[in-house]
Design a binder for this molecule. Structure first.
Ligand SMILES: *[C@@H]1O[C@H](CO)[C@@H](O)[C@H](O)[C@H]1NC(C)=O
Ligand SMILES: *[C@@H]1O[C@H](CO)[C@@H](O)[C@H](O)[C@H]1NC(C)=O
Ligand SMILES: *[C@@H]1O[C@H](CO)[C@@H](O)[C@H](O)[C@H]1NC(C)=O
Ligand SMILES: *[C@@H]1O[C@H](CO)[C@@H](O)[C@H](O)[C@H]1NC(C)=O
Ligand SMILES: *[C@@H]1O[C@H](CO)[C@@H](O)[C@H](O)[C@H]1NC(C)=O
Ligand SMILES: *[C@@H]1O[C@H](CO)[C@@H](O)[C@H](O)[C@H]1NC(C)=O
Ligand SMILES: *[C@@H]1O[C@H](CO)[C@@H](O)[C@H](O)[C@H]1NC(C)=O
Ligand SMILES: *[C@@H]1O[C@H](CO)[C@@H](O)[C@H](O)[C@H]1NC(C)=O
Ligand SMILES: *[C@@H]1O[C@H](CO)[C@@H](O)[C@H](O)[C@H]1NC(C)=O
Ligand SMILES: *[C@@H]1O[C@H](CO)[C@@H](O)[C@H](O)[C@H]1NC(C)=O
Ligand SMILES: *[C@@H]1O[C@H](CO)[C@@H](O)[C@H](O)[C@H]1NC(C)=O
Ligand SMILES: [Cu+2]
Length: 616
């Protein structure tokens, strides 16, 4: 008994000696960089530097990160993607979900332990478009118990790059002049924040390459000429080894792979990245879809040419097996079914929806509502009718069924958890006359025995996925598309997990710093989604989305309602959105995407009045 106690104290002492606290003091600002060799443009800097630093800590360490908002005209926040934030969901980052936005000149202390997480992560601003302006970096949690051998640990960031800042792109994107919701087309793919990247390697060495897609939009194919990659981790989950020639990586996903280099040093090799161009609404003729980077064994030898492959033969992550073989969770205690659509609201702006709701920020951050609502915190209504809130009970098995009625691929991310991927159905192609295929409980692809676990999973066009997780982490967690454009369009729900435990947990109480940050941006620290702290069931004055276009109106109608003639809108779209890109078929594309009847609309002299008729 006494010895046992002694051993326990000793173990705790060893742990507290080993667990380090890492203090960071970061101030945001603006600088100018030519990242892709194409154009000087503003980027968001960290203490005046760009790119942002990679963070490396050990399992169990504490982070104390002071984020100073050095902007004079915008709020900010930081999210640590994939962190479980056990007992610390207020440190998770999304504004109006788990915290108040940090106003200009203010400082938020992100203070948490990396409890339960190991492996490859990243951090990024969770405020509109800021991470696409460069406010992001890799975050690695080293683990002395890593199950595989390697010689060197190297981070590799993938991404895409725009020549304009997010402010400019967002204005055009969320605009009546972009009624189809076409996402801005990036100018280039980048690797480790540059193009033509060079990775100098040693022969006969095993590298653990930690690949993170820190981009905001496109998925990428990645392959290295004549080198195999053995996947050993996805999104912080160690896997059984699986060797492949090619990976497909959506934004926010991570893969750690082992690469063993050759003995000879007489040749260098191409590291290729390729756009998933099916995600682009149109492909400008000058867009370089494949980008070549270099794995260099010998600097005195020529760099390789672009590497071609016959087919894009990727590893299907759905079939990866977690190293610790967690069995599939049983039948869910609670099921959330969400349908994804994109549509125009009354202003003509294109939004994204889960079950007809486009996420609209509450007046009080949802976590602050959960903390202040007392027993009402278990009632989803207090979180508002337009935040799309679900309350989860302690330790329930939760199933999210996601039916994608859109023709795009979307990578969905759940905060605070990894989930088991139970089903990811094939794509259904509208060009082949196929229609969206929802998940059918009595007719679906087989569940795996040991489902792959990760925190970001893509759904295929017009298809569906099913994920399950255990509600064992009290907190307020966002679930959203990780295409930053689609998050801006509202493709999010919010999960309030075991709210009474949030209230009871010492570690979840608002810090004084957090309360001050709220005060400085004029946000109450108590109250329901409408800011009412007297009567939590009274939602009068809450934020709600714009109205839908009246019944009987179509996208065609809204266009006609907003513009007096088709020629004008086509001209405006061409100028405002598609810009000066060398595209021949913009007009046909818009007409097709809006399902306009071109002969009805422009084949006549009196086209303006003809269009107005449509609105009647
Ligand atoms: C962070 O750096 C700023 C600017 O150098 C300084 O004013 C501030 O006191 C520092 N904060 C902490 C917590 O070290
Ligand atoms: C990379 O190479 C391309 C052409 O091969 C060039 O246009 C571009 O400026 C280079 N970018 C950088 C960052 O060196
Ligand atoms: C910062 O957030 C506050 C609270 O939501 C808001 O009132 C303010 O307009 C925001 N500031 C900017 C510059 O967007
Ligand atoms: C961070 O949180 C820990 C645990 O609550 C606390 O002991 C520590 O004082 C906090 N750090 C700062 C700088 O407030
Ligand atoms: C990528 O950049 C990081 C620094 O941010 C560096 O540590 C790493 O070695 C680079 N990776 C490659 C493959 O060159
Ligand atoms: C590479 O060299 C090592 C010794 O440095 C040797 O053990 C190994 O067999 C060689 N591998 C190949 C493929 O030649
Ligand atoms: C890009 O790479 C793919 C796969 O190797 C190849 O089929 C295609 O021709 C390449 N495209 C260009 C424009 O080089
Ligand atoms: C590796 O992945 C493939 C799918 O790409 C799958 O068929 C296979 O079962 C996996 N093998 C292991 C050992 O995980
Ligand atoms: C989702 O779409 C399916 C049809 O695919 C429909 O049966 C179901 O009612 C929809 N669910 C919601 C919540 O809208
Ligand atoms: C969503 O809107 C569509 C079209 O307006 C309607 O048919 C459907 O019933 C709505 N679904 C829900 C869950 O409200
Ligand atoms: C979280 O807080 C609860 C209540 O204060 C406590 O029982 C639990 O051990 C804490 N969990 C962790 C992982 O710190
Ligand atoms: Cu999306």
């Amino acid at each position: 008994m006494f010895l046992g106690w002694l051993a326990l104290t000793a173990a705790l002492a060893v742990q507290s000696v080993l667990a380090e606290t890492h203090v960071y003091n970061w101030t945001t600002g603006w600088g100018v960089q030519n990242v892709d060799g194409g154009k000087d443009r503003p980027v968001i800097t960290c203490n005046g530097q760009w790119p942002w630093p990679d963070v490396r800590v050990k399992k169990g360490d504490r982070i104390e990160l002071y984020l100073n908002n050095g902007f004079d005209d915008r709020n900010t926040t930081l999210h640590f993607h994939g962190m479980f934030q056990k007992n610390s969901s207020q440190m998770d980052g999304p504004p109006m979900v788990s915290q108040c936005p940090i106003g200009p000149g203010d400082t938020f202390l992100y203070n948490f332990t990396v409890d339960g997480n190991v492996g490859t992560y990243w951090y990024h601003s969770h405020t509109k478009g800021q991470y696409q302006d460069g406010m992001r970096g890799a975050f690695v949690i080293e683990d002395d118990d890593f199950p595989y051998d390697y010689d060197e640990d190297v981070v590799l960031q993938l991404g895409e790059w725009y020549h304009d800042v997010a402010d400019v792109l967002n204005k055009d994107f969320m605009s009546v002049y972009n009624p189809t919701g076409a996402e801005p087309i990036p100018q280039n793919l980048i690797m480790n924040n540059t193009r033509n990247m060079t990775w100098e390697v040693e022969p006969d060495t095993t590298y653990l390459l930690r690949i993170v897609n820190t981009g905001g939009f496109v998925s990428q194919y990645l392959w290295i000429e004549d080198h195999e990659m053995t996947v050993v981790e996805v999104d912080g989950v160690y896997t059984e080894k699986n060797t492949t020639d090619m990976l497909y990586i959506t934004t926010a996903q991570r893969y750690a792979v082992l690469i063993h280099t050759k003995n000879g040093t007489s040749k260098n090799f191409a590291i290729m990245q390729k756009f998933d161009d099916t995600m682009l609404d149109l492909v400008p003729s000058d867009l370089q879809l494949n980008t070549t980077n270099y794995m260099v064994y010998n600097k005195d030898v020529a760099l390789p040419e672009q590497n071609y492959v016959d087919e894009l033969d990727i590893l299907d992550d759905f079939y990866l097996v977690p190293h610790d073989k967690v069995e599939a969770y049983g039948d869910p205690d609670y099921q959330i079914v969400v349908n994804v659509t994109m549509d125009n609201l009354r202003s003509g702006i294109n939004y994204a929806f889960f079950n007809n709701l486009t996420y609209t920020e509450p007046k009080v951050p949802t976590l602050l509502t959960a903390l202040s609502a007392g027993d009402d915190a278990v009632n989803a209504e207090v979180y508002g009718s337009n935040t799309h809130a679900y309350v989860l009970e302690k330790d329930e098995i939760i199933e999210i069924v996601l039916n994608n009625q859109d023709t795009g691929t979307h990578p969905f991310h759940l905060h605070g958890h990894v989930f088991q991927a139970m089903v990811r159905d094939q794509a259904y192609d509208d060009a082949l006359g196929e229609v969206p295929h929802p998940y059918l409980e009595d007719d679906h692809p087989a569940f795996p025995e040991y489902p792959m676990m990760r925190d970001t999973l893509y759904v295929r066009p017009q298809s569906n996925f099913v994920v399950r997780f255990k509600a064992d982490n009290p907190g307020v967690w966002f679930f959203h598309c990780h295409i930053e454009w689609h998050l801006t369009q509202g493709l999010a729900i919010v999960l309030i997990e075991d709210p009474l435990s949030i209230q009871a947990s010492h570690g979840q109480q608002l810090t004084d710093n957090h309360k001050n940050v709220c005060k400085n941006v004029g946000i109450p620290t108590k109250g329901n989604a409408a800011g009412n702290s007297q009567d939590y069931m009274n939602l009068a004055g809450e934020n709600v989305q714009e109205k839908f276009i009246p019944t009987g109106f179509t996208a065609k109608g809204i266009v006609a309602m907003t513009f007096s003639c088709l020629a004008a809108i086509l001209g405006l779209i061409t100028i405002a959105f598609y810009g000066l890109m060398d595209i021949k078929n913009v007009e046909e594309k818009v007409v097709h995407d809006l399902d306009l009847d071109i002969t009805e609309l422009v084949g006549q002299d009196d086209s303006a009045s003809e269009i107005r008729d449509v609105t009647k």
